[in-house]
Design a protein around this ligand. Structure first.
Ligand SMILES: Nc1ncnc2c1ncn2[C@@H]1O[C@H](COP(=O)(O)OP(=O)(O)OP(=O)(O)O)[C@@H](O)[C@H]1O
Ligand SMILES: [Mg+2]
Length: 263
């Protein structure tokens, strides 16, 4: 199944700014295999969102290339879904209407899109509030609705930019576990940006750390806690020496000003 492999090669991004050019990102070389859950951490301003936006096709890079399944990424595509830090729901539609919107715009029949919406609302635990408007939901519920809406488009690749950053600790943990269930059930490729070292290590099947600007990958390590998390309670996983060791390596990679060579 190499048809949706993401290949990033020599990727660079510069921005024109007052007083000259800002070299925001790169060079980045990165291959993401189908079904990986890649977490990405790094200091503020290092270019994480810039990388995600380029992967989403919201802009073109200054240099290098991105391909998905061998096809160059030049614009947003339905095979790449984006979950933003702040929920972006349409206030005039109820929760179900928001989740159904993508399938509706793509011409899916009413019965079918209703079924799709029900499935994803159930997956994120919002089936009982499907008739409410976004403003009637808590922040965590809005974020779950956004995730359901993105998944209803059945993207192969889900790009998530600090999706749980604004949530309280308990809601965040609940959503982390829900995300892992979704990942296991759907086998989607996920790129998940986070500021939390714990979240990066707990969720990732692979953990990346970027250096300060211009962002480059300075740590790239496999992790296995996400695959074990439905068998072993999260608090036991977090107490494992392997967990704390990886977390320490990730933390020191983020704090190092000079790039740390992985391995
Ligand atoms: N459209 C733009 N025009 C000019 N500069 C930009 C633009 N977008 C991003 N930058 C700059 O590029 C750098 C990287 O920004 P980016 O948003 O990717 O960082 P980040 O790693 O996501 O940070 P944070 O963790 O705070 O979200 C920053 O210095 C930012 O000011
Ligand atoms: Mg960002």
């Amino acid at each position: 199944m190499s048809d949706r492999t993401v290949v990033v090669a020599g990727l660079e991004q510069c921005f024109r700014a007052r007083g000259g050019e800002v070299h925001a990102l790169g060079p980045i070389d990165l291959t993401i295999e189908p079904g990986e859950l890649v977490t990405l951490a790094g200091p503020s301003g290092c270019g994480k969102t810039t990388l995600l936006r380029l992967l989403a096709g919201f802009g073109l890079p200054s240099g290098g290339s991105i391909t998905v399944g061998g096809e160059p990424v030049r614009a947003p595509g339905v095979e790449r879904g984006v979950v933003f830090q702040q929920p972006t729901l349409y206030p005039w539609l109820d929760v179900r209407g928001n989740v159904e919107l993508g399938p509706r715009l793509r011409g899916s029949a009413k019965v079918e899109r209703r079924r799709t919406a029900e499935r994803f609302l159930e997956l994120v635990g919002l089936q009982d509030v499907a008739g409410l408007r976004p403003y009637e939901l808590s922040g965590g519920m809005q974020q779950r609705a956004q995730i359901a809406r993105v998944l209803a488009n059945d993207p192969d690749i889900v790009l998530m930019d600090e999706p749980f950053g604004a949530l309280d600790a308990l809601t965040r943990e609940r959503l982390q576990n829900e995300l892992l269930t979704i990942w296991r059930e759907t086998g989607k490729t996920i790129l998940f940006i986070t500021h939390s070292v714990d979240e990066a290590v707990f969720l990732g099947s692979r953990v990346l750390v970027m250096s300060p600007r211009p962002g480059r990958i300075v740590l790239d390590e496999p992790a296995r806690f996400s695959t074990a998390s439905h068998e072993v309670p999260p608090e036991e996983l977090r107490a494992l020496p392997e967990f704390t060791e990886l977390a320490a390596r990730v933390r020191s990679a983020i704090q190092h000003v000079e790039p740390v060579v992985a391995g």
